[in-house]
Design a protein around this ligand. Structure first.
Ligand SMILES: [Zn+2]
Ligand SMILES: [Zn+2]
Length: 332
């Protein structure tokens, strides 16, 4: 657990209470784990319900993620694992004694909070889990999934991943256009984290809600195919979307992991601010999905060090509250 000893700690906690503090990506329920400890405390993980309450997180976007190599690539296997992870989130909500509730839009985040509950937002990370069956998009939507991450690090029959050698020339397939149309019809958000560049440009003007990247950083600072180019960031800003900055040291900096801190997260945030994205940047930790966190951030309570860093750099309360979650709440 993070111990805060910064002159800005009190002010940071106050902002967490005032701001909609929302994290756009955690894999706490991914990887087909036994998640029964989430409600009462799961110290081995980056995030659990007691620590969400402690640091004042209003909403966490939990992903459903299935490794492509699992189930020997059997589509039916992927699907049942994704459904199992979704069951686990709903079970945690049921077992939370009213402390956590599902949120499918911004109004529900606010009404849950009024009722004393933090919100679980659900996203599916990599549509390979649906095995190419468009009808499954509605099935997952009906069970609360509102964010659809087109790919993980593997391409699927709808879209090309950023890790694919052809990512600059091969994008959305014809079937992928139908899948995006179905997400539009239902009113879901399309998430471009992990998407290849061509997939991004093929999709950006056919999606109906603002574009989001739940857990991506800036390529201008760290050259990685997982990070966004300035042109992509500008396109997201122009369309009123939001980018959640990923906390993984390898996406944040060229330096050794042991030298990466909340200051590097603030650098990526400021890069988006410099491109005019005051209303378009947020937090996308990737808690429980990454092997390392920045120094000084041991778990979700370490979000406070980012708030402190932004305060120390002189950002005003309105800008910081936007970054902490108001920007995402606007599009959700
Ligand atoms: Zn993930
Ligand atoms: Zn991811």
């Amino acid at each position: 657990m993070n111990k805060c000893c910064c002159e800005h700690t009190g002010k940071a906690l106050l902002l967490h209470n005032q701001a909609p503090l929302i994290d756009l990506h955690a894999d706490t329920f991914s990887f087909k784990k036994d998640t029964s400890k989430f409600v009462d405390g799961w110290p081995k993980r980056h995030l659990d319900l007691p620590r969400m309450l402690e640091i004042g997180i209003w909403a966490e976007a939990f992903s459903l993620f299935v490794y492509p190599k699992w189930a020997a690539g059997e589509k039916a296997g992927w699907l049942s694992l994704a459904e199992h992870e979704l069951d686990n989130i709903h079970t945690a909500i049921e077992n939370s004694g009213g402390k956590m509730a599902l949120a499918v839009d911004a109004n529900e985040v606010l009404s849950n909070l009024d009722g004393g509950a933090v919100s679980a937002i659900i996203e599916i990370e990599g549509l390979h889990a649906l095995g190419g069956d468009i009808a499954k998009i509605e099935k997952f939507f009906e069970r609360g999934v509102r964010i659809f991450t087109l790919t993980w690090n593997n391409s699927n029959n709808w879209a090309t991943s950023c890790m694919d050698d052809d990512a600059e020339t091969r994008g959305l397939t014809l079937a992928g256009r139908d899948a995006v149309a179905e997400i539009n019809r239902l009113g879901g958000l399309v998430d471009f984290s992990h998407s290849g560049e061509r997939t991004f440009w093929d999709s950006i003007d056919i999606i109906e809600r603002p574009p989001i990247c739940t857990h991506s950083c800036c390529r201008a600072i760290k050259d990685s195919s997982r990070n966004l180019t300035d042109d992509q960031i500008a396109a997201i800003i122009e369309r009123g979307g939001v980018i959640g900055i990923n906390f993984f040291p390898g996406f944040l900096s060229k330096n050794k992991y042991s030298k990466v801190t909340a200051a590097d997260i603030a650098d990526h945030i400021e890069h988006i601010l410099e491109l005019g994205g005051e209303k378009n940047v947020g937090l996308g930790s990737d808690f429980d999905g990454i092997s390392h966190l920045p120094v000084g951030i041991d778990d979700c309570t370490g979000i406070i060090t980012i708030t402190e860093e932004l305060l120390a750099r002189g950002h005003d309360d309105g800008t910081i509250m936007g970054i902490l979650g108001r920007n995402f709440l606007r599009v959700f």
